[in-house]
Design a protein around this ligand. Structure first.
Ligand SMILES: *Cc1c(COP(=O)(O)O)cnc(C)c1O
Ligand code: SF4
Length: 450
């Protein structure tokens, strides 16, 4: 296994990567500069040397996953930023232009900010999102970056310093209190960014208060992470790797289920010895590893890639969990695929693997009302329809109730769909509108003087 000391690359220093000058033209480098001034860009030496196949660049999936590409911006946005760079504008002027473009890229999809932030004793818990009854998301303040950035990431606004959109929290006291007062919560999902960017000491400060017996309703602690794909040395020879593993053991011994929600977008991320070793070490602590990824054009849009990925994951003791559909934000136009095509890919892949890999659910859209699964295209009473259902809903009653949309081969997201059979609304819409009105009223009320 090759050893690395973690070294990151971004706009300011990526030209020091030897492969850049060897494999990319001046023009391609300029394109990285242009797009990288708008969307986040961070890679590291492991990704660059071990995961990217440079002979395959620019088509290489991991290159596309981590390096900005021209077509991730619309032609108009690209030209605007390119002009700014050519004019040699000052940094603040460039930033202003970048922010103008960013605001046109739907920086906050799926009502994340508006509807999901709870409060306790009048304090807004900005680091908590509680959308689905059983599972609470927690954004630890120190876990809001990653070992590299994915070009598709829907959390991109926080990585480019649109700070007013960043939500995170430092205190665990309020976190414990919140879980304690909400006995319906069984799961906490630590997310970011990537919580495994944190040192073992910091991780302890967040995790230990959750296992000391106070919050009996809490069963599962999940860590949403891409560290296995982007920096497996976190669990091998980083200086606190062993302390981190010991912390995992402690959580398991305390009787909690510790689950890694590991992002893997492509089988290339699992082929290195380091990745396999990290998986072995984590599994040895008693933690489980579940896997998830969005499906994206230009990265993993074929069935064999998914079947290979699921098979490899099972082989190494991981549990395939979710296939997501790329969100309606950032460079979505570059990654998006029609729902019908995605369903075909999912099905073709699913058919190729044995039952133990069929734990995967999807393809699923994390939309405002909930996680909506695309079940397929069928014909009902002579009408061609798309069948969908909720895997998670703002209202748990919506879950696992099939509903039907008019067949639309171009639809890429729930918003593009209309109810089938001449109906006015999908079954959940009235309740969802009521929910939104209630939230809007509450928000207005809180602005009024007391
Ligand atoms: C996906 C998601 C969860 C977790 O859902 P599971 O189906 O339990 O994995 C929780 N909260 C939000 C906001 C989510 O998007
Ligand atoms: S690792 Fe996760 S949070 Fe970080 S950039 Fe990738 S998708 Fe986004």
């Amino acid at each position: 296994m090759k050893e690395y000391r973690y070294r990151t690359f971004g706009l300011h220093n990526y030209k020091k990567i030897p492969q850049i000058n060897e494999y990319l033209t001046e023009e391609q480098q300029f394109e990285i500069d242009v797009v990288g001034n708008v969307l986040p860009f961070k890679a590291n030496n492991y990704v660059v040397d071990e995961l990217i196949d440079w002979d395959n660049v620019p088509d290489d999936p991991i290159f596309t996953l981590t390096f900005p590409q021209k077509d991730m911006l619309s032609a108009a946005h690209f030209d605007k930023m390119a002009a700014a760079l050519r004019q040699d504008l000052s940094k603040p002027e460039r930033k202003e232009i970048a922010n103008e473009i960013r605001l046109e890229l739907n920086p906050h999809p799926a009502g994340q900010m508006e509807y999901n932030v709870p409060s306790i004793e009048g304090v807004k818990l900005t680091g908590i999102q509680h959308k689905y009854r059983e599972t609470m998301l927690f954004f630890p303040n120190h876990g809001q970056t990653c070992h590299a950035y994915c070009t598709f990431c829907f959390r991109w606004p926080q990585f480019v310093g649109m700070d007013e959109l960043k939500f995170a929290m430092r205190e665990t006291e309020l976190l414990v209190k919140y879980v304690d007062r909400h006995p319906e919560i069984t799961d906490i999902l630590f997310t970011g960014g990537d919580p495994l960017i944190m040192s073992s000491k910091r991780l302890e400060s967040y995790l230990l208060p959750l296992i000391d017996g106070q919050v009996g309703n809490l069963q599962t602690i999940r860590l949403g992470t891409k560290s296995l794909g982007y920096w497996p040395y976190r669990f091998i020879n980083d200086k606190d790797a062993d302390d981190t593993l010991r912390l995992f053991e402690k959580i398991v011994k305390a009787g909690k289920h510790l689950a890694f929600m590991a992002h893997f977008n492509h089988p290339a991320e699992m082929k290195t010895e380091a990745a396999k070793e990290a998986v072995r070490r984590i599994r040895n602590t008693g933690a489980e590893i579940r896997t998830q990824s969005p499906i994206m054009r230009n990265i993993n849009d074929d069935a064999d890639t998914w079947a290979t990925m699921w098979r490899d994951q099972v082989k190494h003791g991981m549990i395939p969990y979710y296939m997501f559909i790329a969100r309606d934000t950032g460079a979505q136009h570059y990654f998006a695929l029609p729902l019908e095509k995605i369903w075909h890919i999912f099905r073709d892949a699913y058919q190729q693997v044995s039952g133990v890999a069929r734990t995967v659910r999807g393809p699923s859209m994390s939309a405002e009302p909930g996680k909506v699964q695309m079940l397929g295209v069928s014909e009902v009473k002579g009408e061609k329809v798309m069948t969908l259902r909720f895997l998670q809903g703002r209202n748990p009653d919506w879950v696992h109730k099939p509903f039907f949309a008019k067949y639309n081969p171009d639809a890429i997201w729930l918003d593009d769909l209309e109810p089938a059979f001449g109906e006015e609304q999908f079954f959940f819409e009235e309740q969802y509108d009521q929910f939104k009105n209630r939230k809007a009223k509450a928000a207005t009320a809180s602005l009024e003087p007391a």
